[in-house]
Design a protein around this ligand. Structure first.
Ligand code: ADP
Length: 481
């Protein structure tokens, strides 16, 4: 697999600054591992303050020329980048699976999803409108914010970058991207394709290595006008606080604690399939993955049986193996968290309906698990498990379900299954969440706004609203002409 990637020219092992592939100034490196095998794939530079400063300065220099291009010119280059990503989709998917562990089919799905943001924002680039406000001869126009610092996680190593960089470049911003140290290779491959597409050297820079050094350098720089982050709530809060000193714009996509409510009147098949997709995607490692399944008492037994059977059938293994739908967890810490949460739940009265332990494959594999008789006070209901464990919580009334669903500081995604149209409206409205799936488990798309309420974040990504995050509004009053 690695030799195929070498031939494709997409296995890049250096950072990208000002259009040049470079090592860390002190030669330090970090290893990138395959979580399914523990094998080291390659080493990449461990960069810090020095490299980040030079990336910022190159993004800043390039900002002036990139933002002066016509929207149509930026649009053409982004479209070319999209075409290149799609024509290399197999290699990119292979990289995602190798460094992230995701089953190959899901990785292909991510390449399409990730690329869709570039396509969409290439089109939106031409549709940044201002207003002429008639009665007072005022003019409102929109201006790119400037250099953007983007910090991204490992669970969608391509899509979390394109969702930020697509609109940023479309608006005329330039970017310094810090991918997760677990999955830098997909980011570097995407950047290689961006260069090939004619995105100018310096418009998209990639630095990786010491996360807090890079993060702090981005925060301290007055040239960086915007921080956009996807990752844990704890780090997001640090970045928000750290942006105060230079008053940066901030977009945050943080952790969720997604409830999935299955009502008595739900179609059982639809509810089982939808919940399964929303829970076990990427082995439960997405911020919109279902974290708590609230099941009404009249359908509880039927749902628990059918759902457990479906979970039992999930094939676990190396994401490159045909038929595998559940890969490993990203690292040991992720595995330990799952083990701790399951232990906490069972010690407080939850039943293991299937799974409940580490997988026989060893490493960071965990058995797809269903827990029955969970309550909303257990650790697994209070925090995001980020793993293949589905806790079932029983409820009686719609009011009780809404109260439990909203009883959390998170507010990203929520799901509900019902065949009643009035209930679907009523409950969607009552849920304090930024995204709600009704009878549907997979709801992310580039054309709809993605973002959280409460402590799940600030701002929206994707859709026309995703452009606003990278624009300033300027008011010019023309008088005495
Ligand atoms: P996850 O649990 O998804 O790994 P993290 O918030 O730890 O979430 O990581 C998301 C991104 O934030 C990664 O790119 C990581 O390297 C980066 N990161 C971690 N710590 C810091 C920090 N102190 N400053 C800036 N970025 C950080």
């Amino acid at each position: 697999a690695v030799s195929r990637l070498m031939e494709s020219g997409l296995l890049r092992t250096q950072g990208l600054i000002g259009g040049k592939w470079i090592d860390a100034h002190d030669g330090k490196t970090i290893q990138v591992q395959n979580p399914a095998t523990g094998d080291v794939i390659v080493s990449v530079p461990c960069m810090g303050k020095t490299e980040t400063m030079s990336a910022i300065s190159s993004a800043h220099d390039t900002y002036y020329s990139w933002s002066k291009l016509t929207a149509s010119e930026r649009s053409k280059r982004l479209r070319k980048w999209y075409d290149l990503i799609i024509s290399h989709k197999d290699d990119l998917a292979l990289l995602i699976t190798l460094e992230g562990g995701k089953p190959l089919k899901e990785s292909l799905g991510e390449v399409n999803y990730g690329a869709s943001f570039i396509e969409f924002f290439a089109e939106e680039a031409k549709r940044i409108y201002g207003d002429i406000i008639p009665p007072t001869i005022d003019d409102r126009r929109l201006f790119p914010v400037g250099v953007v610092g983007a910090i991204t996680p490992w669970n969608f190593p391509l899509a979390m970058i394109t969702r930020k960089v697509g609109p940023a470049l479309a608006c005329g911003c330039t970017a310094v991207v810090k991918p997760s140290e677990y999955t830098p290779l997909t980011a570097l491959a995407a950047a290689e394709l961006a260069l090939q597409a004619g995105i100018p050297p310096g418009a998209l820079n990639i630095v990786m290595g010491n996360a807090s050094d890079i993060g702090n350098t981005l925060l301290e720089s007055t040239q960086v006008r915007k921080i956009t982050f996807t990752g844990s709530t704890a780090i997001g809060k640090k970045l928000l606080a750290g942006s105060a000193n230079t008053v940066k714009k901030v977009s945050l996509e943080l952790g969720g604690n997604a409830p999935c409510i299955v009502f008595d009147d739900a179609d059982l098949d639809v509810a089982v399939k939808g919940t399964l997709a929303a829970k076990f995607r990427n082995s439960g490692q997405t911020c919109v993955c279902v974290n708590r399944i609230l099941v009404q008492e009249g359908i509880y037994e039927k749902f628990a049986n059918a759902f457990t059977k479906a979970v039992q059938a999930l094939q676990v293994g190396n994401g490159l193996t045909e038929g595998v739908v559940q890969g490993p967890l990203i690292n040991k810490a992720a595995l330990e968290k799952v083990v701790t949460f399951v232990k906490d739940a069972t010690s407080k009265g939850a039943d293991v309906l299937v799974g409940g332990k580490r997988h026989g494959l060893g490493g960071t594999f965990y058995e797809p698990t269903v827990l029955g008789n969970v309550n909303n006070e257990m650790l697994i209901s209070r925090q995001e498990v980020f793993g293949p464990v589905a806790p079932l919580i029983r409820f009686k009334t719609e009011e009780e379900a809404i109260r439990m669903a909203n009883d959390t500081d998170a507010g990203l995604a929520a799901y509900l299954f019902t065949s009643s149209i009035p209930r679907s409206w009523r409950v969607s409205e009552a849920l304090e969440y930024g995204l709600v799936g009704v009878n549907e488990g997979l709801i992310s798309t580039e054309v709809a706004p993605f973002g959280g309420f409460k402590q799940s974040g600030l701002g929206r990504e994707g859709s026309k609203y995703g452009m606003d995050e990278y624009l300033e509004i300027k008011y010019v009053c023309l008088g005495n002409l």
